[in-house]
Design a protein around this ligand. Structure first.
Ligand code: SF4
Length: 335
């Protein structure tokens, strides 16, 4: 019991003491010289957990984990085709807190908070304050799901749904499990990679007891994100009967080469996670410098097919507005 409370405190303490100061981050990494390259937009500040910083290499300005979180002046550039809401999610928001993009699944934005701010995030301009389900909205959400019998799966997303307390998370689980039409509850989260202790015993035990199938889709972009501690927590989740999948965003200069993608798939598998999606970048304003040309992504993909067993090759997809599924990229078009 005491150990459990210590662990509980630990992840919440980590969450409340994330680094938000660029000066502190650069100082910890001995990279003060990068200060002149920094630009922090008001809508999306620096935010990175200390445990994630601990996986970065000191003195390396090109560290692939640092590059994902360090705001820089390229974010100011207005690039044609890169917009605030690249997936037109504001048009698929039938009621507050619920997105209905795909036939049998709905997504709930249970919180706007994240443990980490990923500079390429397609929801960085999303108006969470207008889209978070308030307590009275839960009845509306239940009613909406009941009126759509084709819905059998609910995705808890955000923000990061695991940044809320177990009490709030379990309240959502109770509601969803009470609806007999739902068979699956999915959690989309980056927290297991950036604060692995979030996968605490209390939550894993609750998820293990669910009458629904629980799928956790983590978000990991580079093998360096999975150290031995992270792998151990992921394995615990797997032992609790949770199906673990990963989605990756293909990021220029960070994970856009074959060796990096192969290492990522292998490290994920060793930690009990199967690669699920490799997304090309959603064209969100401020993130154009992360984008990889589709032709280069296809070339990379053919090499992955050659080097990895099929079960370790994620699906190469692009998300497009108003499409009822993630669109597979045609790898034959450019052979
Ligand atoms: S954790 Fe996910 S939702 Fe949060 S900033 Fe990163 S990509 Fe966006």
């Amino acid at each position: 019991m005491i150990n459990h409370l210590i662990t509980q405190k630990n992840w919440q303490t980590q969450l409340s003491t994330v680094i938000t100061s660029v000066d502190e981050l650069l100082s910890l990494l001995n990279l003060e010289s990068l200060r002149t390259q920094i630009y922090i937009p008001a809508h999306f500040e620096l935010r990175v957990p200390r445990a994630f910083v601990g996986k970065m290499k000191k003195g390396d300005a090109n560290d692939p984990l640092l590059q994902q979180v360090l705001p820089n002046k390229q974010e100011q550039l207005a690039v044609t085709g890169y917009v605030a809401d690249p997936l037109a999610e504001n048009e698929q928001n039938p009621i507050q807190g619920l997105l209905h993009k795909y036939q049998s699944r709905v997504l709930l934005t249970v919180t706007g908070a994240c443990a980490i701010h990923c500079r390429y995030c397609f929801r960085q301009h999303f108006d969470y304050s207008a889209n978070m389900p308030k307590s009275e909205a839960k009845d509306n959400i239940k009613a909406y799901i009941a009126q759509h019998p084709e819905i059998n799966e609910v995705i808890l997303s955000g923000g990061d749904p695991l940044s809320v307390s177990n009490r709030r998370l379990f309240a959502w689980l109770d509601i969803l499990e009470s609806m007999s039409q739902l068979t699956t509850i999915r959690l989309h989260t980056r927290l297991p990679l950036v604060i692995p202790e979030r996968l605490d015993n209390e939550m894993l035990e609750r998820l293990a007891q669910s009458r629904c199938q629980i799928v956790m889709v983590v978000h990991c972009n580079h093998a360096n994100e999975i150290d031995s501690n992270t792998a151990e927590y992921l394995q615990r989740a797997r032992s609790a009967g949770i199906t673990l999948l990963n989605q990756t965003v293909l990021l220029e200069g960070i994970n856009d080469d074959v060796a990096t993608q192969v290492a990522l798939s292998q490290r994920l598998f060793a930690a009990g996670v199967l690669p699920y999606y490799l997304h090309v970048l959603d064209k969100v304003a401020g993130a154009a410098h992360f984008d990889k040309e589709e032709a280069a992504a296809v070339q990379l993909y053919w090499r992955l097919l050659a080097e990895l067993p099929g079960y370790l090759v994620p699906k190469l997809v692009r998300e497009l507005p108003n499409r009822p599924f993630k669109v597979p990229i045609d790898i034959y078009k450019q052979v």
